[in-house]
Design a protein around this ligand. Structure first.
Ligand code: ADP
Length: 497
């Protein structure tokens, strides 16, 4: 069997068939029940309407010439014997009863007068209703021969020789029922067979059509899913909104997009990680090689080297150790941020005070490079709500860069300004500036402008700054013109006292 044919598993096919057979059976049975119920009702109503006047006729024709009561007040059994005989000759399903005013049965040919258990009376309620509506409404009365059942009847009042009562005629008596039952059995068998066959035929047709339509979409979706599974990551279900199982189709497309997105992300993270390892090993190797070289020279030539040479070598060693420890610090900081291990602990603090401290800290370095480092509005105290150590780290990186990329006699200015609900921090220098086409990338890890010039850092500083901004739900912008200088600007939420 080909893979496409297996869209529906045998288990599902079995279940569908079982459901189908049960459905057909239930439909056939309910069809039969409903039909027989209404057919029976229809027949009864017709019969009652047709023979509604029978009781009236009996009174009009039979009681005219002969009284139903004998002189001693007892029932004229002979008259009733003849009457029953005549009527049953025409319709064997008929049973005639003579009732008194209260519904008590005075006489009937079909009831055994010696039977003590035989019904003695019938309810007058349906009889009165029948007479009142002139037999035009369908009403069922008590069946004296079968007290649990209700039957169609005809009734009419009589008033003879001081006797009042009703002639009560059951229209579908015992005999009728016996005949009806046999016939009904045969009809039922035929009706049931016919109904089941028809239902089977129609439901089979509808079922097959439904399965075909349903599996048409399923086949399409299964085919697409299989292609995706086999590696065709670009494949998607076309027009998912038009599919009969749109939610499923849409969900698959979204799931595929997410998987592909995650794979791309993982790939890029992986390649960045590899790049990082390569860069780190390179960056570590260079200062280490320099260190090794100078330390070995110092060891071997300690007797021949002059004091000033020794001093110079030691200084170089010291600088390289500084570089190494800085790189390790930055790497540590960056990997912590990237692994999302850092949760900012936000609190209110004075950004002005922090900036003063940092300006004081970098003063020595700036003076050494003859750079003027200053705060623009040192008196204005601004409070922000942020993580103080992370903000300190970001500011430190920005000030360090500003000093690093500014020529002697240049200027680095730190300004803090309140703007609505935020405080804007701006670090501006009069340094080398950054080419416009490089500006969007300087916050990426290991991005360094002017690779040809002497390397002054490791390209991790601004990547760390960017991560810190993300943790504070803010961004940093750079405004820079080559040879004129750069401004790094970011906002922090102001703290309302
Ligand atoms: P690095 O350790 O190389 O300084 P950063 O991530 O801090 O790495 O900076 C990335 C690059 O952005 C730098 O190599 C430099 O080219 C550029 N850059 C950053 N700050 C400045 C600045 N104030 N002036 C000019 N260029 C800058």
């Amino acid at each position: 069997m080909s893979r496409a044919e297996k869209t529906l598993t045998p288990k599902l096919v079995k279940k569908l068939w079982a459901a189908f057979i049960i459905l057909v059976f239930l439909m056939g049975a309910s069809y039969m029940l409903i039909t027989s119920y209404f057919a029976n009702k229809h027949h009864q109503e017709t019969a009652q309407r047709l023979d509604a006047d029978v009781a009236n006729h009996v009174i009009a024709e039979k009681f005219q010439n002969a009284s139903p009561f004998l002189e001693d007040g007892s029932v004229n059994k002979e008259l009733f014997g003849d009457l029953m005989h005549d009527m049953m000759a025409v319709n064997q399903g008929i049973e005639v009863y003579l009732l008194d005013n209260n519904g008590a049965i005075l006489y009937s040919v079909v009831l055994d007068p010696n039977d003590k258990d035989a019904t003695k009376s019938v309810s007058l309620e349906p009889i009165n209703a029948f007479i009142e509506n002139k037999g035009e409404t369908f009403v069922l009365g008590d069946d004296p021969r079968n007290p649990e059942e209700q039957k169609i009847f005809s009734a009419a009042p009589y008033s003879v020789d001081g006797h009042n009562g009703f002639v009560y005629i059951i229209l579908a008596g015992k005999k009728f029922q016996e005949v009806s039952k046999t016939l009904m059995g045969q009809y039922f068998a035929k009706l049931g067979l016919g109904a089941t066959l028809l239902t089977t035929l129609f439901s089979a047709l509808i079922g097959l059509l439904a399965i075909w339509f349903l599996t048409k979409n399923l086949r399409l979706i299964t085919g697409t899913v299989r292609k995706f599974q086999e590696g065709d990551l670009d494949v998607r279900i076309e027009n998912p909104e038009k599919s009969d199982i749109g939610v499923f189709a849409q969900s698959f497309n979204e799931m595929a997009d997410t998987i592909v997105g995650n794979m791309d992300k993982m790939k890029s993270v992986d390649s960045l990680r590899r790049e990082l390892i390569a860069n780190v090993s390179h960056d570590l190797r260079t200062p280490l090689a320099i260190l090794k070289g100078y330390v070995e020279t110092l060891q071997m030539k300690k007797d021949t080297l002059s004091e000033s040479e020794k001093e110079e070598y030691l200084q170089i060693t010291h600088d390289n150790i500084d570089k190494l420890s800085k790189l390790i610090d930055q790497l540590f900081e960056y990997s912590k941020l990237e692994a999302e291990q850092v949760t900012p602990v936000k609190e209110p603090f004075s950004i002005t005070e922090l900036s003063h401290d940092l300006v004081a800290k970098f003063k020595v370095l700036a003076d050494k490079k003859q750079i003027e480092l200053q705060m623009e509005n040192p008196k204005e105290n601004s409070m922000v709500f942020a993580d103080v150590s992370l903000v300190e780290c970001a500011l430190q990186n920005l000030i360090e860069n500003a000093i690093k990329y500014t020529q002697p006699k240049g200027k680095v200015t730190l300004s803090i300004r309140r703007k609505d609900k935020n405080v804007e921090i701006n670090i501006t220098d009069t340094g080398t500036g950054i080419p416009v086409n490089e500006q969007p990338f300087i916050f990426d890890r290991y991005k360094q402008v002017n690779k040809s010039t002497k390397k002054q850092g490791y390209g991790l500083g601004l990547a760390i700054v960017k991560k810190i901004m993300e943790l504070h739900d803010t961004t940093i912008t750079v405004l820079s013109k080559p040879k004129e200088g750069s401004s790094f600007i970011f906002n922090l939420p102001a703290y309302q006292v």
